[in-house]
Design a protein around this ligand. Structure first.
Ligand SMILES: [Zn+2]
Length: 135
């Protein structure tokens, strides 16, 4: 009887924990994708320090869950090699506060950038950006 009660309580706790974890995952996914399909005219700033990093006219639909930009504003981004996950990638950081923004790839053309100069694709985490509308 006692054991049965403990098990019942454990199952309740497990159910509550699972539900919370699922909600956290959903919130995280929404945060990650907040600017994926965002096409208003304006600028994308660093979410930490407010430095302007990208303009909306360089954003394109890459078919990924990350907002992608063809180019960054001059001197807004620092790059460094990233050897994590068993790959060689180029990490991008805010030049002002060094916030991790995502990675720079050279697959713009493959990922749907319609411009003739397609090549670079700044693959950025939505949560590292803050949009400011400009007309
Ligand atoms: Zn910054």
């Amino acid at each position: 009887m006692f054991l049965k009660r403990i098990l019942k309580n454990d199952i309740k706790i497990l159910k509550i924990t699972s539900k919370n974890t699922a909600n956290q995952i959903i919130v995280s996914i929404k945060m990650t994708e907040i600017y994926k399909s965002h096409w208003e005219k304006g600028v994308y700033k660093c979410s930490k320090c407010g430095k302007i990093l990208f303009k909306s006219d360089s954003k394109f639909d890459s078919g990924t869950k990350w907002p992608s930009f063809r180019k960054a504003l001059k001197e807004a981004i620092k790059t460094k090699p990233d050897y994590s996950l068993g790959m060689v990638r180029t990490e991008i950081l805010c030049s002002n506060c060094k916030l991790h923004l995502g990675h720079l790839f050279n697959d713009g053309k493959v990922c749907g950038d319609p411009h003739t100069d397609a090549g670079d694709r700044y693959c950025v985490l939505s949560e590292s950006l803050k949009f400011e509308k400009r007309i």
